[in-house]
Ligand binder design. Structure first.
Ligand code: XMP
Length: 517
């Protein structure tokens, strides 16, 4: 499958935008994978890439021990686009000079481009680009010519059209570079000569066929959380093998309002969408009794994780031996766990740890492991999942337990569910749902005096959170208009019992986290 598919490779030098570059390429219907700069050239060649993009990175390419790559990469004939560090490294390895600059060039900058360069075809001659560099290319390698400059910097882009080597000091992958998408489009189509064979309907069809072949008449088990990834996974497997699939959905009582019903509506028996074996386990009481008196967030996480394994194990025992366990691993998980690119951050909390060890199965299947989140959503749409599932907000495994400060009780869960539903409804009504990466309501453990009618109250404060982020590693609080906050506040204090104050969390990550635990 992958042998025939056009592939562009992103060679990762530790830049913060590595995943963004790959996503931008895929938005152009060209499949793209990320590899660490340490990857053997032979391994890269074996992928038959149509082009290679060298990413930015935090280092100076002339520093001792700085990340580098095999210079042969520039001579075996594949088109190369170097971005920032990638551009400087290419120049240096080919005989140019890179030096530290007196002044750092940073932020949105007016760039004058040469439209005869294939990378800039159709781009405005004066265009805004995002710069972020301390080092400059002071002497180009032989064969290169300047293709863009700024008022301060004679070399913002360079090309060696004969060898199809392109160097950009700025970042075409970020939206601050207004015509960056066009430049990347020009690279993959104009320069790499891709045709654009990466399409979601094809992905669904080929994956369904491949899953049928792999699974045969075997039995598959899937833990369904109701989140986007596991729902798309279940839908894909349902389409491939129908009743050979059993989905286990654990209602731990810490779900968002109506979530259990929404999942049952899609996957439950008699609902017609997907004809699979569906088990909904009502584990609310056991979770609440385990969580009684527990305040500490890490402890809550542990208890919920362990209890999940126990519940799942019991179900698996009833089902008996299965051949395959399906997991909703997606591409960012693969990259972040260090298997793909250079990123060293490991988000271990993202998957249910330990599960594969406790269930009796032959093999693990992870059909979404090449997809980015937006592609998973697209695949979900192709499979006929409703928008309320496909567009679900990220929701942590431990659920509302980590959006309630202090002890978790059914009463507190009900408060946060109701407040959260109002917040989500109003965000959508205001048309902000596509602009904000993640938003939810949390329950602070603080109670304070208020007045309602003529009566004194002593009730909880709800915290509203809304952040924007590209990678969930860092985030900024979203500037929600005051009138929207006003409407939400008055609805919450009027409609949700035991709430008499509403706060808005203005903190970014760092120093806070996205969740509120
Ligand atoms: P934090 O709070 O660490 O969250 O800034 C970053 C992103 O990860 C999500 N998150 C989780 N997702 N299991 C998950 O599947 C978890 O235990 C978990 N904890 C945090 C969080 O919602 C945010 O999108």
């Amino acid at each position: 499958m992958s042998m025939e598919r056009e592939t562009v490779i992103v060679l990762d030098f530790g830049g913060q935008y590595n995943q963004l570059i790959a996503r931008r390429v895929r938005e152009n219907n060209v499949y793209c994978e990320i590899y660490s700069y340490k990857t053997d050239l032979a391994q890269i060649k074996a992928k038959h890439p149509k082009g290679i993009i060298l990413t930015g990175g935090p280092n100076s390419c002339y520093a001792p021990g700085a990340p580098s790559c095999d210079p042969e990469i520039f001579t075996w004939g594949v088109p190369i686009l170097g971005i920032c560090y990638g551009a400087q490294l290419m120049m240096r390895l080919l005989g140019g000079t890179v030096e530290h600059a007196q002044e750092r060039e940073y932020g949105q900058t007016l760039v004058h481009v040469d439209n005869s360069c294939a990378l800039f075809e159709g781009v405005q001659p004066d265009t805004i680009c995002e710069m972020s560099h301390n080092d400059y290319i002071t002497k180009m390698a032989d064969g290169f010519a300047i293709a863009a400059h700024t008022d301060n910097c004679p070399l913002a882009a360079a090309q060696d059209a004969a060898r199809k080597l392109y160097a950009l000091q700025f970042h075409p992958e970020v939206l601050h570079t207004l015509e960056g998408k066009k430049m990347l489009h020009n690279f993959v189509y104009g320069i790499c000569r891709c045709k654009g064979d990466w399409k979601m309907d094809d992905f669904v069809d080929t994956t369904v066929t491949a899953l049928r072949k792999e699974i045969g008449d075997g039995k598959v088990l899937c833990a369904l959380s109701g989140g986007v990834d596991s729902s798309v996974l279940a839908a894909l497997l349902a389409k491939a093998v129908g009743k050979q699939l059993t989905c286990v959905f654990v209602d731990h009582g810490l779900l968002r309002k109506n979530e259990m019903e929404e999942v049952c509506k899609v996957f439950g028996p008699g609902n017609g969408n997907f004809d699979v074996n569906f088990i909904c386990v009502d584990a609310r009481e056991r979770y609440f009794s385990k969580l009684a008196g527990v305040n500490e967030p890490e402890r809550k996480r542990k208890i919920i994780g362990e209890e999940f394994i126990r519940v799942f194990e019991e179900q698996a025992k009833k089902i008996g031996k299965v051949d395959y366990l399906a997991q909703g691993t997606i591409y960012p998980d693969v990259v972040e766990s260090g298997l793909g690119g250079e990123s060293t951050v490991i988000k271990s909390h993202h998957n249910v740890g330990g599960l594969p060890d406790t269930v009796d199965f032959k093999e693990l299947i992870e059909p979404l492991r090449t997809l980015f989140k937006d592609e998973v959503r697209q695949a979900g749409r192709e499979l006929g999942l409703p928008e309320y599932i496909v567009n679900r907000q990220p929701f942590p495994g431990p659920g509302l337990a980590i959006r309630i400060i202090g002890e978790v009780t059914p009463e507190k869960v009900a408060i946060v569910q109701d407040a959260d539903a109002i917040w989500r409804e109003e965000i959508a009504k205001a048309g902000l749902d596509k602009k904000i990466s993640q938003y939810y309501a949390a329950l602070t453990n603080m109670r304070s005096v208020g007045v309602m009618g003529d009566e004194r109250t002593y009730d909880y404060a709800v915290a509203l959170r809304a952040v924007t982020t590209t990678d969930f590693m860092t985030a900024e609080s979203y500037n929600v208009p005051w009138d929207v906050l006003g409407v939400v506040t008055s609805r919450i204090v009027n409609e949700v019992k035991h709430v008499n104050r509403v706060f808005y969390d203005c903190t970014g990550k760092p120093p806070a986290t996205i969740e509120f635990e």
